[in-house]
Design a protein around this ligand. Sequence first.
Ligand SMILES: O=C(O)CCC(=O)C(=O)O
Length: 289
Amino acid sequence: MLSEQQVKEFDRNGCLIGGKVISDDEVDELRDELDRVISKGQSGFAEGEAKPVLISNLSGKADAPVWQIVNIWEASPAFERLLYTKPVIEAISQLTHQPDIQIWHDQIQYKPPKHGGVNNWHQDAPYWPVLAPETPVTAWIALDEVDESNGCMFMVPGSHKWGNHIKFLESHSTDTYPHLKDFTPPADAEINRVKAVPWPVRKGEVSFHHSMTWHGSGKNVSDRPRRAIALHFMTGEARFVANGQHVMKKFINLKDGEPMSMAGNHFPQLARGGRVMPMPERVKATTAR
Ligand SMILES: O=C(O)CCC(=O)C(=O)O
């Protein structure tokens, strides 16, 4: 559980380092699984075999890739077990002030050594127009020691309370990273200056960010990989918005405005009524170590 002080800090800043949540052994297993899934690639899965939703290069640049895998949990038992990490789900419930928590989707963020690319400035919620309201919080778990040399995230504390500025953020190319000029936050905002802070995360630690917090990440110029997984969560408030687009939309068989809690097997429920759901026996049975 997070302390009251940590919850206050998150409410104010829209980002928080939550401490170590997985052991070194678990990290090793997840890294092995990541290698296995990447080596198969998008087309390497047999007909009917469990596979991730998407494997792609987020940067769009072959010489500076950021490998993104959406829903690796569907292809890997170790990543499926990770969804049920109790301290993470409890924290998400505390940070969202919501008793019902569900996975929206996961997302590997892998920058290879020496030439890993950047993730441009953005807010998450504007990229999720199939969900309303904009409530989710992300748990980002480092599978390496992540610092400025291998492309850690930068956060802009307080920006989650400034509204939707995705067009402004998208207009800031990677060249201007990490400087964000020309933006004046609302004068009455709790934090009303733009200050990007580097956001290092230790191996096995979790970092939380609000879906409206401005964030991005730099190049990996080190000789170490930068591997991490973002777990994007929904709360019980989430409703389906039928006219939005998203890679997960094809799995949502709902009418406009219906609760995402009814969205089906691609979106497992992880807490209900303030209680963390037990890991299903089928999932538990896959424990390797
Ligand atoms: O890992 C990164 O560089 C960015 C991750 C991100 O944008 C997110 O988790 O929302």
